[in-house]
Design a protein around this ligand. Structure first.
Ligand code: TA6
Length: 309
């Protein structure tokens, strides 16, 4: 992308103080949304939210200081979009982990400057030859809608424009900023069954309150539509309300896992947790020709303990 591309985007979809396109120091295209005191940064590669601040609250999301901002590299942190599959490709080891979306260039198709939110829509169309397992003609389209107010609203609409039924799995892979991951709690997980990816996919049940004091990689089954992260250090309650997902992934790499990833700050695992509305691979949706699959989340943040006496 060149500055001239950004100028064109600003002319067609921008508005000073609401939606502004620019190139970062690496020449990567991004767009900043503002609504009152809230801000949102989105990279056109991957329609990837890299930062969000809701009102005067602390940063909502965590992004690694060692993240890659190079073409074709997934940015470590923010909200990577895993699509059109989650995890390893079910049959093609040569296909990228978590699909193509997060390393693909999206087109801007719309922007909104409403009284109650600032919004933008981005679109990716993948020709099915890239998804060779389907051997179909036509393509698959992903529309990402983002709305910023005192909440962050994000929705994925997958439309099958081909003549074949397409298996789709996905995740809204949000990296949340927390004061100390060992001190957070997520009461909504109590009693849920989960697949433990660190114990060879063993199925277990969340009996005791979850305490994250080591690496965790779990796919919670049939989660509630709303889950909260209680953070006593930042004194906030982050609520994730989701729709269309069948699972909720909770991930933290732990100290050893963080050290093993070159783009993950070694001590970064202490200040993040991933809470991801997902349709995980085992539960993938068979999207028939012409059908649309909708999955989304709305994230809000309130004080955990009110200052008022
Ligand atoms: O969502 C959790 C997970 O599937 C973990 O297994 C871990 O692989 C994480 O995603 C990060 O994946 P990435 O490809 O971004 O390094």
């Amino acid at each position: 992308m060149q500055q001239s591309d950004m100028d064109r985007c600003n002319a067609q979809y921008g508005r000073p103080g609401r939606v502004e396109f620019s190139l970062d120091v690496h020449g990567q295209a991004r767009v900043e949304l503002r609504f009152k005191d809230s801000t949102l940064m989105v990279y056109l590669q991957g329609a990837h939210v890299t930062a969000c601040q809701l009102g005067a609250d602390a940063a909502l999301l965590w992004t690694s200081q060692s993240a890659n901002y190079q073409p074709g590299k997934a940015i470590r942190g923010g909200i990577p979009l895993c699509w059109p599959w989650f995890g390893a490709h079910p049959s093609r080891p040569d296909h990228p982990q978590h699909g193509y979306a997060r390393t693909s260039g999206f087109d801007v198709i719309n922007s909104d400057f409403e009284d109650d939110f600032t919004g933008i829509q981005l679109r990716l169309v993948l020709a099915t030859p890239e998804l060779s397992e389907w051997h179909a003609d036509g393509d698959i389209e992903l529309t990402v809608t983002l709305r910023l107010s005192d909440a962050l609203w994000l929705q994925l609409d997958t439309h099958n424009r081909s003549t074949a039924t397409m298996p789709v799995s996905l995740a809204l892979h949000s990296y949340f900023n927390v004061g100390d991951v060992a001190q957070i709690s997520m009461p909504g997980l109590a009693g849920l069954g989960y697949i433990d990816k660190l114990r060879a996919g063993e199925r277990r049940q969340q009996m005791a309150p979850l305490v994250i004091n080591e690496a965790i990689d779990r796919i919670y089954l049939d989660p509630p539509q709303s889950i909260e992260i209680h953070d006593p250090v930042l004194n906030r309650r982050v609520q994730v309300r989701s729709w269309g997902n069948t699972e909720l992934v909770v991930w933290n790499p732990g100290a050893e896992g963080a050290r093993a990833m070159i783009d993950f700050d070694d001590a970064g695992y202490v200040e993040m947790v991933c809470v991801e509305p997902a349709i995980a691979s085992d539960n993938r949706v068979l999207l028939v020709p012409g059908a649309t699959l909708t999955v989304g989340q709305e994230i809000t943040s309130t004080q955990l303990v009110s200052d008022v006496g």
